[in-house]
Design a binder for this molecule. Structure first.
Ligand code: CMP
Length: 142
């Protein structure tokens, strides 16, 4: 299996619930290493640009508004199959459909306030990590 990197965001709802550490434990207990991290309060411009792929979707405005409603914890994760592994740990986008024991099933309330974001593929992961972290701020666990 390939060692991959993925971008993860702990969203304002989960930061407000004070569960950053609990979510980090899920990553660490499942072989994912934090190789870059920062707490940030995104501007509407930053959130809008980050989610530009969803610009035409009906939920875009609410998404940007929610993602700028409070601080977020942003991290790059590294590990075997990191992209799929992180998505498995997060569970379905809609917490009501997320498998029991996943981050969204345990910590999220709604499809908008869904606790975490994770890159959905290799190309996206590269772009999303680069969006928040210059190469010199990423410290490989290997
Ligand atoms: P995320 O993985 O951060 O990517 C885009 C976000 O848009 C998604 O999580 C949800 O929080 C939010 N969203 C709101 N409505 C929808 C929807 N109908 N389909 C997909 N994502 C949605």
């Amino acid at each position: 299996m390939a060692i991959e990197r993925t971008l993860s965001i702990i969203k304002p709802d989960a930061v407000a619930k004070n569960v950053i550490g609990k979510i980090y434990s899920r990553f660490e207990d499942n072989g994912l290493k934090v190789i870059a991290a920062k707490l940030a309060w995104l501007s509407p411009q930053e959130a809008g640009e980050f989610y530009a792929v969803h610009k035409e979707r009906p939920f875009y405005k609410d998404l940007v508004s929610f993602m700028t409603s409070g601080p977020v914890m942003i991290q790059a994760l590294e590990g075997e199959n990191a992209i799929a592994k992180n998505r498995e740990l997060m569970g379905a986008t809609d917490p009501k459909k997320a498998d029991p024991g996943t981050i969204r099933a345990d910590f999220a309330e709604s499809i908008d306030a869904n606790a975490v974001h994770g890159s959905d593929g290799e190309d996206t992961a590269k772009v999303e990590i680069g969006f928040f972290f210059p190469a010199m701020s990423v410290y490989s666990g290997r």
